[in-house]
Design a protein around this ligand. Structure first.
Ligand code: FAD
Ligand code: UDP
Length: 370
């Protein structure tokens, strides 16, 4: 008899398993249909011995001290500031677009003030910023939008940026200075020995049983549990009653090269050319010293594992209908990127899981409390 069945051993499921087991002394069965823990953050040593990320590059960044401190119980960290270059007009230039991007692309020597004017003279007035196209053209103008955003976004999402919520391209800022870091967050680190090691430490508790290669369907009527935490796709949980929620997928091509380094930074984006969106070279992230190097090419696709909820108004409407059903469920909690259909980063999922734990504590007395 388990107190909890948790479906999905990614951040959402693993953070909650650990909290319930260690803070409430409750018995947890944590299952995943994949053959490993860690969800999409899973990393492993490939055949050449290079530490790589099976589901594409995962860089930890957050402004939440609470989230950072929480995860710090399970890992030490390697300071790492992420930098990305975009292959545009045959040059490798910084993205987010900054002072150097414009000066190098156009052979200019503007200062920050002049760049602000340069952007202002190109930015298009937009009555209300609603879409992913609006965000960019109202800031830097149409030409840079075409060069950096339109092609990448069409590849990544399969639709025009004008068909996507503004929140998608708004993830990438525009800078007037020379700051070429991809993220501006206060905490930017990689787990020193990788994500999988961190997850192993998180779920290693006598109250937690982990079962891999196990689908919810296989066990839902086979094991006894009092309460359920579901972190898979919410539409799947409800048998697609209101139709399928669209998730964008990726096909990953992993390669190892017989040389020390392939590209100058961890990620190079391809907004204009190629069928893939970006190429990641892991050694920049991990700091690993190895005579070979491993890369991942990301090819977006409609088919395959659900990686990205697609932020569009009509999808939000369908999600709301599922959410209503979810709220009405007794003793079931929906947590994580797929179960709440939100384009969340890792730290946001950890924050959501910790908030769920606080809610559980308020609503349900712990098994062993008087
Ligand atoms: P997941 O990690 O998806 O875990 C859910 C788990 O549930 C999966 O392992 C799945 O197998 C399992 N599952 C689902 N249904 C069932 C079922 N019916 N039965 C059994 N098991 C089931 N975030 C960042 O902060 N920084 C980054 O750099 C970053 N890069 C990313 C790059 C890519 C390519 C992708 C796709 C995501 C990236 N993210 C990044 C986001 C990050 O992956 C997520 O925020 C986080 O992993 C979500 O955790 P989760 O537990 O909600 O979901
Ligand atoms: N984007 C783009 N060009 C780039 C980088 C990002 O058009 O060079 C857009 C694209 O729509 C992408 C979104 O901005 O999906 C968010 O980018 P981010 O790097 O945050 O995507 P993720 O790492 O989540 O895949």
């Amino acid at each position: 008899m388990f107190d909890w069945l948790i479906v999905g051993a990614g951040f959402a499921g693993s953070v909650l398993a650990e909290r319930l087991a260690s803070q409430r002394d409750e018995r947890v069965l944590l299952i995943d249909r994949r053959p490993h823990i860690g969800g999409n953050a899973y990393d492993r040593y490939d055949d050449a011995g290079v530490l790589m990320h099976q589901y594409g590059p995962h860089i930890f960044h957050t402004n939440s001290e609470a989230v950072f401190e929480h995860l710090s119980q399970f890992t030490r960290w390697r300071p790492y500031e992420h930098r990305v270059l975009a292959n545009v007009d045959g040059m490798l230039v910084p993205i987010p677009i900054n002072l150097d991007t414009v000066n190098r692309l156009y052979g200019l020597s503007l200062n920050s003030e002049q760049l602000a004017q340069w952007f202002a003279s190109r930015a298009e007035y937009c009555e209300e910023i609603k879409t992913s196209e609006d965000v960019v053209v109202s800031t830097v103008g149409r030409e840079l939008y075409e060069k950096f955003f339109r092609g990448y976004t069409k590849k990544q999402w399969g639709v025009e940026p004008s068909q996507l919520d503004k929140s998608v391209t708004a993830r990438v800022p525009t800078r007037l200075n020379r700051d070429d870091r991809y993220f501006g967050d206060e905490y930017q680190f990689m787990p020193l020995h990788g994500y999988t090691r961190m997850f192993e430490r998180m779920v290693k508790h006598p109250n937690i049983n982990v079962m891999l290669q196990t689908d919810f369907e296989e066990v839902r009527n086979e094991v006894f549990y009092k309460r359920l935490i579901f972190t898979g796709p919410i539409d799947e949980y409800f048998n697609f009653r209101f139709g399928k929620l669209p998730y964008r997928s990726l096909r990953f091509e992993h390669v190892t090269l017989d040389k020390r380094q392939h590209q100058p930074v961890a990620v190079v984006n391809y907004p204009q050319t190629e069928a893939y969106t970006r190429v990641t070279e892991y050694k920049h992230l991990t700091g690993q010293d190895h005579p070979k190097t491993s890369l991942t090419y990301e090819f977006p696709s409609d088919e395959g594992d659900p990686y990205y909820p697609v932020p569009r108004p009509e999808n939000a409407e369908v999600y709301k209908r599922y959410e209503k059903l979810a709220i009405a469920q007794q003793n079931v909690w929906f947590v994580g990127r797929l179960a709440t259909y939100r384009y969340y980063n890792m730290d946001q999922v950890v924050g959501q899981a910790l908030a769920t734990f606080r809610r559980i504590n308020k609503e349900i007395p712990a098994r062993n409390s008087a």
